[in-house]
Design a protein around this ligand. Structure first.
Ligand SMILES: NC(=O)c1ccc[n+]([C@@H]2O[C@H](COP(=O)([O-])OP(=O)(O)OC[C@H]3O[C@@H](n4cnc5c(N)ncnc54)[C@H](OP(=O)(O)O)[C@@H]3O)[C@@H](O)[C@H]2O)c1
Length: 179
């Protein structure tokens, strides 16, 4: 497939699979937009891609996938500059054993691995459709097979009831049952 001149967003391009993907697409002539949480890492990557591939169409933009506000800001900033998106690669993923919460009070693995790509894709879906033929690629992991979602933990904590000690409000019970 000829991807020369196609616009591609790759999340998590500063490391691992995302990094190799970014290099490969750059070599094949794609125009890259890289949402990164560390601008320092992003700028270093941009330079490396330019040096190694000769492709100067690399744009680094700030986006913390652990913050819905940051994802919205990224999508808005992207749309201000671009009216086409041919490839969206939701690659960034984490595996945290210790419980942490995102900026929105959501368990971190769930926020970054599931909600972030869902939100980002939805914020860009119209522009992707308008760019057809276009592709959305979600990079996944078999780790999810070993995981169990403790609905009470996700929901009770995200709506701010300390430790879930108080009786659950009816809506929370309902949501956790049908999760
Ligand atoms: N590696 C494997 O063996 C393997 C196996 C199966 C599936 N996968 C899947 O492949 C994908 C990539 O895995 P990988 O091992 O290549 O990942 P990795 O090397 O750990 O890199 C993760 C990337 O995600 C970024 N990231 C993490 N949290 C972020 C946040 N809150 N906001 C923005 N960016 C964030 C990181 O940015 P920073 O550089 O700023 O940390 C980094 O660029 C993941 O979805 C993973 O589940 C990997």
């Amino acid at each position: 497939m000829d991807i020369k001149g196609k616009t591609a967003i790759i999340t998590g391009a500063t490391s691992g699979i995302g990094r190799v993907t970014a290099m490969t697409l750059a070599r094949r002539g794609a125009e890259l937009v890289l949402p990164v949480r560390s601008t320092e890492k992003g700028e270093a990557l941009k330079k490396e891609i330019r040096d190694k591939t000769g492709n100067a169409s690399v744009e680094v933009m700030s986006c913390n996938l652990a913050s819905m506000n940051s994802i919205r800001q990224f999508a808005e900033a992207f749309r201000e500059k671009h009216d086409r998106l041919h490839i969206l690669i939701n690659n960034a993923g984490i595996w945290e054993m210790k419980r942490r919460q995102s900026d929105d009070g959501i368990e971190m693995n769930f926020a970054v691995n599931h909600l972030a790509p869902f939100l980002l894709t939805n914020l860009l879906i119209d522009i992707i459709k308008a760019s057809a033929p276009a592709r959305i690629i979600n990079v996944s992991s078999m780790i999810h097979k070993q995981a169990r979602i403790l609905c009470s933990m996700c929901i009770i904590r995200s709506i701010g009831i300390p430790g879930g000690k108080k009786p659950w409000p009816k809506p929370a019970k309902k949501i956790s049952r049908c999760w």
